[in-house]
Design a protein around this ligand. Sequence first.
Ligand code: SF4
Length: 387
Amino acid sequence: MEILSPRKPTREVQIGTASIGHGQPVLLQSMAATKTTDVEATAKTCERLRLAGAGLVRVAADSRRDAEALQAIRAKTTANLVVDLQENYRLAELVAPFVDKIRYNPGHLHHAEKEVSWQKKVAWLVDVCHKNACAIRIGVNCGSLGPNTENTQDGDNPMLRCALDSALKHAAFVDSLGFTQFCVSIKSSDPRMVVEANRRFSELRSDIPLHLGVTEAGMPPEGVFKSRVALEPLLSEGIGDTLRVSLTVPNERKNWEIEAGQEILRNVERGTTVSLANWKPSRLNIVSCPSCARVENERFIALAEEIRAAMLPFNMDSSSRKTLTIAVMGCRVNGPGETNHADLGLWCGPETVHFKRGEELLDRYSYGEIVPRLLDEVTHFVDTATE
Ligand code: SF4
């Protein structure tokens, strides 16, 4: 879909049959939440999303078996595919022949082969992508910044500064290798941070295409609104070449992410955008991941919905002055780190849910026990907030 407002003159990046940047229409993305090893279901989801308007579909790959499944998926869909490397960056070599783009997170590179510098790892990734005609996304996430990046004293928002520095540093390094087929994303669950970080990046590197998104935006309709608040102002300023609205919805409703993205583009086109200045988080801020193949228990989405319903009285209660942020994550890959900045965090394992207060792990509970336990803790939070 075209956007009428002028786009920033970013360089063109080819991703399979699509391209972003250089005035191309904004490309919409979504992700399959099926097990990648379930080839039929994943290929079907990719096709369904492609037909719904996704120019790029993400698939998770964490193992050799996932990489083998990708080969079969590739043969069954014409969707452009992207894989998100998590802690094992070496998988790139196995998946690159079957996808059109690889995303790496600078904050995750330190997990494997600690003795190898990040520069060597990135140079290796770039070489793999170059040989396989894959584009790259340098995907910085405020919830998973690498070690030694959280102590900066520079600026009024250290996390934003760290995320921005990380994106700039990696972009400059990839450039220095002579590789230009990459874009950058700087995501946060806070829309204000997404706007600020992307504005600043775009000012400093107006040549690099940006992938926009609010991470863990949550369930609709709140998740759609949070994404509108961040993405519509940016797109109106000509910033952003591709986007994903990440929603906590079951796999069969992943097309809602595309529909939400189309609505955002329409709003920008018509000038009916929402204003960031008039937005503030509601009393209850549930951040929940969009789910993917890594979800460890199918009950994750139902649990997120149950928590929202159980928390409704708190949201209406005007006696509490503080915003309560509850993070609900679907797996152990991103769950432990990405719950650290919430007041209360839950991340789902196969049988139990890990329950945290800030960075402190309180305990693990069964799926049947966790909601009453959460309500106890919320009562404590309200009492201390109103004292
Ligand atoms: S937290 Fe885990 S399950 Fe949720 S989207 Fe991220 S990787 Fe997937």
